[in-house]
Ligand binder design. Structure first.
Ligand code: ADP
Ligand code: ZN
Length: 209
C-alpha cells in the first residue's frame, strides 16, 4: 500500500507513522527525519538545508523530490510505504504521481490552538530522537530521555517564531493538497486529536473501508 500522511505540523504524523509501520508492515519515510539526520551528520545536504529547517521554511522542491524518488527506489519500498511530510507542495504532488502515485492520502485534522500547544511543549532526545511532551507525555526524569538517558532539547523549529512560520507555510503551500487529493478520490480525513492508539485504530478502519 502506497500511503501519504498529510496534515499540519504537530498533527502527530510522525508518531502515527511509527505506530502504523508496525501495524501495516510498511517502511516509514519521513523527509523531515532525512533532513535532520543529514544535518546531524554534517553532510553537504545537511549544510545546505540547516538554515531552512531552523527557520521553518521549505527545502526547494527539486532537492526534496530527488531525495524521495531515490529513497522510494530502495527494495524495502517495493511493497509500499508511508510517506510522512511529502508531498508538501502541488509541484511535489505532481512529481510523486509520475513515480509512485499514492493509493490513499490520510488528512490529519487538528485545530490551530492544539497544534501550537503540542509543538511548543515538544522535547526531543538529542541522542536517539525520541519525542516527549512537557504536559502530554513527560519523561520519567526531567530533561532526560526514558530510552537512552540522552539530553532532551527543543527542536530549533519548535520555537514560537518558527512555529508561526511553519503554520503559514502549511496554509499557503500544503493545504491546497487537500483539494488536490480530494478531487482524485484518494483523500481520507482523520481526527488527529485523540490519543495516538485511538487515531491508529481509526486509521486502520479507514484504510479497510
Ligand atoms: P513537521 O511536520 O513537524 O513540521 P517535519 O519533520 O515533517 O516536521 O519537517 C521538518 C522540516 O523539514 C520542514 O519544516 C521543512 O523545512 C523540511 N521538510 C520536510 N519535508 C519537506 C518537503 N516535503 N518539502 C520541503 N521541505 C520539507
Ligand atoms: Zn534518547
Amino acid at each position: 500500500m502506497k500511503l501519504v500522511f498529510l496534515g499540519p505540523p504537530g498533527a502527530g504524523k510522525g508518531t502515527l507513522a511509527t505506530l502504523a509501520k508496525q501495524a501495516l508492515n510498511l517502511p516509514h519515510i519521513s523527509t523531515g527525519d532525512i533532513f535532520r539526520s543529514n544535518i546531524k551528520e554534517g553532510t553537504p545536504l545537511g549544510l545546505k538545508v540547516k538554515k531552512i529547517l531552523d527557520s521553518g521554511g521549505l527545502v526547494p522542491d527539486e532537492t526534496t523530490i530527488e531525495i524521495v524518488q531515490d529513497r522510494l527506489r530502495k527494495p524495502d519500498c517495493q511493497g509500499g510505504f508511508i510517506l510522512d511530510g511529502f508531498p508538501r507542495t502541488i509541484d511535489q504532488a505532481e512529481a510523486l504521481e509520475t513515480f509512485a502515485a499514492p493509493q490513499a492520502v490520510i488528512n490529519f485534522i487538528l485545530a490551530d490552538e492544539i497544534i501550537i500547544q503540542r509543538l511548543s511543549g515538544r522535547r526531543v532526545c538529542k541522542n536517539c530522537g525520541a519525542s516527549f511532551h512537557l504536559e502530554n507525555l513527560p519523561p520519567r526524569r526531567e530533561g532526560l530521555c526514558d530510552q537512552c538517558d540522552g539530553e532532551l532539547i527543543q527542536r530549533p523549529d519548535d520555537t514560537a517564531q518558527a512555529i508561526q512560520q511553519r503554520l503559514s507555510v502549511y496554509t499557503a503551500q500544503t493545504e491546497p493538497l487537500i483539494g488536490y487529493y480530494r478531487k482524485k478520490g484518494t483523500l481520507k480525513d482523520i481526527d488527529a486529536q485523540p490519543q495516538p492508539e485511538v487515531v491508529l485504530q481509526t486509521l486502520i478502519k479507514v484504510l479497510k473501508a
